[in-house]
Design a protein around this ligand. Structure first.
Ligand code: 6OD
Length: 469
């Protein structure tokens, strides 16, 4: 049974809840669910550790981050197994993306923090400089789609900036977080610097509302983001939110079509479409529209279906497949549940799906689905393509495929999105700002932007003595 991790110790408290294997639907194991007492204990442990951790020189905290990276390397196979058990992800993706990014996150933020200069300004006989202080105890609320990658993406900068943390992984995916608790303990990380509580959204709610929590970082749905925002409003806690998306992909007729198709297959179907950066709206220029649709649908048919995270999420995705039909879509491929004739038939699979023919105002084209599915529409002019891409309540990521460099810059700069990829998708430089506009989030993480969120500046202004005349 999976336990919480508080003050450097495993804590078996609270009733148990089941964790299902998405591949078979069977209960795979159980975990303890944090109740108010467990949440309080975790926050207290984090507070007790906060002062000493914040007092360490940044170079020492950066050293801890490197040791945690080494710990992850040493437990690589265990982390891969835990992540696959909880999510049903493909082995190759887990080995090349999810777990390596955990290592990269710790190493990158160690470097960025250790090398960051402070600001200093000199004006008319006064010197002003800033020192940055950690926020204190940060609640880290992690989603189920990229559990290890996203936990470490938040944890590494929060810790290196001098905060202590209480992490709440999704109820579906606590496995890799539990292995990480062992890594922290084995590395000898001071007790209370990292605490982990398990449970449902209700445990996350108790955590963010706890008066001992100073800030909240969250990746997940816009609905949960707004609920957290309301919960912490009266204490004016800093929040950093990366929320939903309804990301557009623009395919111009001057693109390398083979690359655009393969890139779109990745951007639509990676992780079963369960990545906030995945493309759900594709717009293709008229001369290549028919060929693009036919080839994308044919590639989608070749893909190995990947399970959705839960029975409930599968129902949600399938409800959008039904909605597409009821709104009048033409289904080019998929739209249903695959049959395998083996144990996977009781799992949470859906078919990779491509549809066309819906209006921009259809619910299908406006709401985030978070599954292996996209709608393809056509456009004629560059201006029209930009308007279509921007005609969404969301603005996390956009992708464009073109062979014209001027167009690439021109269009990219007009897209209302926090991230624009040109002729590629989901290639990440961890030093760059990451986050969304509109309903897709508040704030940016990544590079020094993460360090800015996880700390607050104090400006010190000192009058300089005038030399004697
Ligand atoms: O790669 C990352 O750093 C990142 N924050 C990915 C977020 C994916 C959301 O589903």
């Amino acid at each position: 049974m999976l336990t919480h991790f508080i003050g450097g110790q495993p804590v078996a408290a609270g009733k148990s809840f089941p964790i299902h294997d998405p591949v078979t639907g069977a209960v795979a194991r159980h975990a303890h669910e944090a109740d108010p007492e467990v949440v309080d204990r975790a926050v207290r442990a984090a507070r007790e550790a906060a002062r000493d951790w914040a007092a360490l020189p940044v170079a020492e905290r950066a050293g801890w981050m490197r040791r945690l990276a080494e710990g992850i390397e040493a437990r690589f196979d265990d982390l891969v197994a835990a992540e696959i058990a909880d999510t049903g992800k493909p082995l190759d993706q887990t080995r090349t993306l999810d777990i390596p990014r955990g290592i990269a996150n710790f190493r990158a933020f160690a470097e960025i923090a250790a090398q960051r200069p402070d600001d200093a300004f000199h004006l008319s006989g006064v010197l002003s400089y800033t020192v940055r202080r950690p926020l204190g105890v940060v609640a880290v609320i992690v989603p189920w789609n990229l559990p290890f990658l996203l936990m470490t993406w938040k944890l590494a900068p929060a810790l290196v900036a001098g905060n202590t943390v209480v992490v709440k992984p999704s109820e579906h995916t606590p496995g890799s977080t539990a292995v990480f608790a062992e890594i922290c303990a084995d590395a000898g990380l001071p007790p209370g610097v990292v605490n982990i509580i398990l449970g449902y959204g209700s445990a996350g709610q108790l955590l963010v509302e706890h008066p001992g929590v100073d800030a909240v970082t969250f990746t997940g749905s816009t609905a949960t983001g707004t609920a957290i925002m309301n919960s912490v409003a009266d204490r004016v806690k800093p929040i950093s939110f990366e929320l939903g998306g309804k990301n557009a992909g623009l395919i111009f007729e001057d693109c390398d079509l083979n690359r655009a198709i393969e890139g779109s297959v990745k951007s639509v179907f990676t992780n079963g479409g369960q990545v906030c950066l995945c493309t759900e709206r594709l717009y293709v220029q008229r001369p290549i529209f028919e060929e693009f649709c036919a080839r994308l649908a044919s590639r989608a048919q070749e893909l190995e279906p990947q399970p959705m995270i839960s029975a409930e999420h599968r129902e949600k995705v399938l409800s959008y497949y039904a909605l597409a039909r009821s709104e009048g879509a033409k289904v080019l491929t998929g739209g249903s549940v695959p049959t395998f004739g083996d144990h996977r038939d009781s799992g949470y699979f859906v078919e990779p799906t491509v549809v066309t023919g819906l209006s921009e105002w259809s619910r299908f084209n406006r709401e985030e689905i978070f599954g292996p599915v996209c709608h393809v529409a056509l456009f004629d002019s560059e201006a029209e393509a930009i308007d279509l891409a921007n005609g969404s309540d969301y603005g996390l990521a956009a992708t464009l495929w073109t062979g014209n460099l001027d167009r690439a810059h021109r269009v990219a700069q007009r897209l209302e999105a926090g991230l624009v990829w040109v002729n590629t998708w989901y290639q990440r430089d961890l030093r760059t700002p990451f986050g969304g506009v509109k309903l897709s989030g508040i704030g940016r993480e990544g590079g020094t932007q993460s360090l800015d969120f996880y700390s607050e500046p104090t400006t010190i202004t000192i009058k300089l003595e005038q030399p004697d005349a």
